[in-house]
Design a binder for this molecule. Sequence first.
Ligand SMILES: Nc1ncnc2c1ncn2[C@@H]1O[C@H](COP(=O)(O)OP(=O)(O)OP(=O)(O)O)[C@@H](O)[C@H]1O
Length: 590
Amino acid sequence: MSEQGNSTLRTLRRLWPYVRPARARLAVVFAATMGAMLCGITIPLVVQRIIDGPITNHATDQLPLLIAGMTALGIGEAMLFYVRRRVVARPAAEVEARMRGDLYGHLQRLPVSFHDRWQSGQLLSRATNDLVTVRRWVAFGVVFIVVNTLVVLIGMSIIATLSFHLFLVALCCAAPLMVISYLFEAKFKVVARRAQDQAGDLTTTVEESVLGIRVLKAFGRGPELAKKFAAQARELRSTELAKVRILAALWAVLIALPEVSIAGQLAVGTIGIANGTMTIGTLVASVTVTAYLRWPVDSIGWLLAETNQTASAVERYVEVIDAPVTITSPAEPKSLPEQVTGHVRFEDVHFSFGDGKDVLAGVDLDVRPGETVALVGATGSGKTTLTALVPRLADVTGGRVTIDGVDVRDLDLAELRRVVGTAFEEPVLFSASVTENVALGAPDVGEDRVREALRVAKAEEFTEALPWGLDTRIGEQGMSLSGGQRQRLALARAVVGRPSVLVLDDPLSALDVHTEAEVEAALRRVLHGVTALVVAHRPSTVQLADRVAMLVDGRIAAVGTHRHLLHTNDEYRRLLSTMDEELIEEEVAS
Ligand SMILES: Nc1ncnc2c1ncn2[C@@H]1O[C@H](COP(=O)(O)OP(=O)(O)OP(=O)(O)O)[C@@H](O)[C@H]1O
């Protein structure tokens, strides 16, 4: 078998764990399909008996039996095809569902760094289009490629037993089929993979433009993105057309070959009948078998296409499913003390995104229990990266982060994330009720705890005023809520599990003065009694903190109270001046 064919088989073998549980029912499908095809291909032999018997001999005594046999074969074929159709749907759908479930679970376990690298449209197309291709192949492709190949072999054997000369004619037409299929497979696989990747890119563009519709409208960039979409769609169309061209050429040959075979057999058979070396029944049976083989032969082209397309789909699937889950719970996790104080320490912490550049180059920071430390630094200085290390959204590449003296990597992930509450710069909300969105922070809490969290985050009033109160389904991305409302819901989510440590990545970002005041008030309450590390882009956030840590060149350049740093540190003053000139002047004057 060709290298290409080998790699296709190797790839398809990855389906086995998913197909295994459905193997009994798939075996029934195979048996029913094979049985149906065998019934069909046996009918010409009965025709031969009728022609060479009752018709040639003008004797009808055997006719009822032969007609009954033929009818039984026809009914058997129909019933077995019925069984195939009835049985096949469920195992194929189960294979698809299991694969999709695994993919989804794996995507959840994969680290944030994986999702940073992969376009969501590519992941989406793998979870949808590619798995539909797999289901179709399991239900249809794999069954018929095996059954039809066997039927072609059986058909050829029948022709061989009928007449060696007719068999030679049929074989001469079958040989080019093998060569063409071989050439076709290599070519089609490349184009099929390209089409699937391009479909993924197209999905990404659609997804990005839907999610970013406000930005696109605000900046009038819709037409530009439409152009990008049209270009990608054109590219995909031309790849699809290339696929069609390859298939069309193959089909032309596959359709022509049986016709040539029938013509050749009629020529050779007629000479045989004239010479008395062949019966009419033999020729009719051979031609009928060849005609019956038309569908199995014709179908081989697109079944190979489907097989290649499925191999590409599986290849794309395993690219994701084989991606290593690098952030996991240790085999023997350590425990935190019963009363967690929330003492967070960064000890000589280094971090690199794998490009050889240290974003964090030896960070030492001690956040005492119950203290709020604001993290400031120039844009791109690594503030978000530093905060991500506490709940292990990323792992340090050097040094360690500890909570109450225990390295976060030694803790069970579920326990760590129970202890550490997180809110991000972009307060993502899901298309679910207010309660469900908040309870995402601690799934096993009851409604009273959700209400308490909403109260703390100053979100109770507006959520209760929603049409169905806390049961109101808030739109995708929380679009039906204002920025300040979304921020407060994200804060409620961060505190609902009563964490000992809070990590907040710029919770006042992109708010207007009015909503900023509301969220700030919420923050004051949220921060009370927990250890908090808060990324600050605004002087107002800085003022909420007990101390401020300034990140410069991957290290903490200064730590102290806001007032102290303001009076003693030029760089801090410079940094803050980029945030709010007026506020600094007021402070310095006082
Ligand atoms: N996934 C990534 N891969 C490679 N580099 C990254 C990645 N994410 C961030 N960086 C780089 O790491 C550096 C620190 O980024 P980070 O987001 O932590 O900065 P920040 O201080 O939070 O910035 P800002 O104040 O603008 O939010 C930046 O130079 C950024 O370009």
